[in-house]
Design a protein around this ligand. Structure first.
Ligand code: ZN
Length: 418
């Protein structure tokens, strides 16, 4: 029988990293003959969660052993060595014998889509007979449970994470940017988010003082290894670990009617543009949609870059499906756009006086509903003679997404096929 161990909330704003704890733990376990079955897991939870640290990531390992006490002892040791417990990390550890029960799968779906109170974690842990170890209030237990329960059947991706030798933590990362572009070029069909070509940002190296040197995301573990070998790295690498993950799988979204939206949900909402987009100070763009029962403000903030130019082309009457994070703002619930599907374009028209049927001059309006009169020859026509001009739409039907630098971990890039 296998043993699962899940760990979450080991980092603080100052540093630390749950993936590092996993990397150390799986090697220490290997040293005493306990092997990981399959890939270690890196699981992202609801990115809207107000108490998240940085990435809101939890880890879980499935181990080929029945010695729960050994796993527990080693996990506690690694957590106490590497968790930022003095800096406020409220690490949670979960140990479970056998396969995760259905209840735990449901718990994962709730944790990735909504906010789970810590009390629920204690209740379910007891319910499924899991062992619990925690520090502080044990906030990390939610993620530790969810990482074990994670249902990756709707799709999964992989991330190769290289960790730095301790003496380099906090220093500038030495990875040759040119080699990152070359790697992206060579592996692009199987990797994603290496580089943001619009902003010029390198996406594989973080900017935090954490132990992660780099992370390459992709859909094929074999290609990730090759991609890593292409990188020219100017510092020692301590560990290279490939995780399976729920990143880039859109699992955080729920289809909702506007009246059912709440703060912190990640929603997919269908509606009709009811208020034209406007660009505000700071470059943020806002518009409103209506689904027949309610109205919702949608926002494309400045970091979404050229995505805003697409949004600015929307016009009232366009039928759209919006994807994003719902936040409670002073103006009411606002959906921060991550993707949009333009399903149907409204006709964009304007009206003007017709040409005179006798002399061809543009006529003059006699006032609302009173028809038109020719200034040159005096001819009169009724209001039905109005000249309706169709404005060509530049916007095309289809899907659009924010620039990679503004994309959150769980959002699936449009050109990624899993
Ligand atoms: Zn005329």
């Amino acid at each position: 029988m296998a043993i699962w161990v899940g760990v979450d909330d080991t980092d603080s704003r100052k540093g630390g990293c749950t993936t590092y704890v996993a990397a150390v733990l799986l090697r220490r376990l290997g040293n005493v003959g306990v092997e990981v079955m399959g890939y270690p897991r890196l699981i992202r939870l609801n990115p809207n969660c107000p108490y998240k640290t940085r990435g809101n990531a939890a880890v879980a390992l499935k181990l080929d052993t029945s010695d729960l006490d050994l796993v527990k002892r080693l996990t506690i040791k690694v957590v106490e060595e590497y968790s930022e417990l003095d800096e406020g990390a409220e690490t949670g550890i979960i140990l479970l014998r056998g396969e995760p029960p259905q209840k735990l799968r449901e718990f994962y779906w709730k944790a990735v889509r909504e906010i789970v109170p810590i009390e629920e974690a204690f209740v379910i842990a007891e319910d499924i007979g899991a062992e619990v170890v925690y520090y502080g209030d044990g906030k990390g237990l939610v993620g530790a449970l969810a990482a074990i329960g994670a249902d990756l059947s709707p799709g999964k991706t992989y991330e190769l994470i290289a960790h730095r030798a301790r003496e380099y933590w906090g220093m500038v990362r030495r990875v040759d940017p040119a080699s990152i572009y070359e790697m992206d070029e060579a592996t692009r069909e199987y990797t994603f988010d290496n580089v943001d070509y619009e902003t010029g940002d390198i996406k594989i190296t973080p900017h935090t003082p954490c132990p992660v040197l780099l992370g390459v995301r992709g859909i094929d573990p074999g290609v990730l290894k090759k991609a890593f070998e292409m990188l020219r790295i100017g510092e020692p690498v301590e560990y290279v670990t490939i995780f399976e993950t729920n990143q880039a799988t859109d699992v955080h979204y729920q289809r909702c009617r506007i009246r059912d939206l709440r703060d912190c949900l990640n929603a997919i909402v269908e509606g009709t543009v009811s208020e034209a987009p406007r660009r505000e100070i700071g470059g943020h763009v806002f518009f409103r949609i209506n689904d027949g029962e309610g109205e919702l403000t949608c926002a494309a903030y400045e970091p979404t870059k050229s995505f805003r130019d697409i949004i600015m082309q929307l016009t009232p009457g366009d039928e759209v499906t919006v994807y994003g994070a719902v936040k409670l703002k002073p103006q009411g619930l606002t959906l921060n756009l991550e993707k949009i599907q333009v399903r149907k374009l409204a006709r964009k028209v304007f009206s003007r006086p017709p040409l005179c049927p006798d002399c061809g001059k543009r006529m003059k309006s006699l006032g609302s509903g009173k028809g038109y009169k020719c200034r040159k020859c005096g001819k009169r026509v009724g209001k039905e003679a109005v000249d309706v001009v169709e404005v060509p739409r530049e916007l095309q039907i289809g899907f659009y997404e924010v620039t990679p630098a503004a994309r959150r971990h769980l959002v699936k890039p449009l050109d990624l096929s899993l």
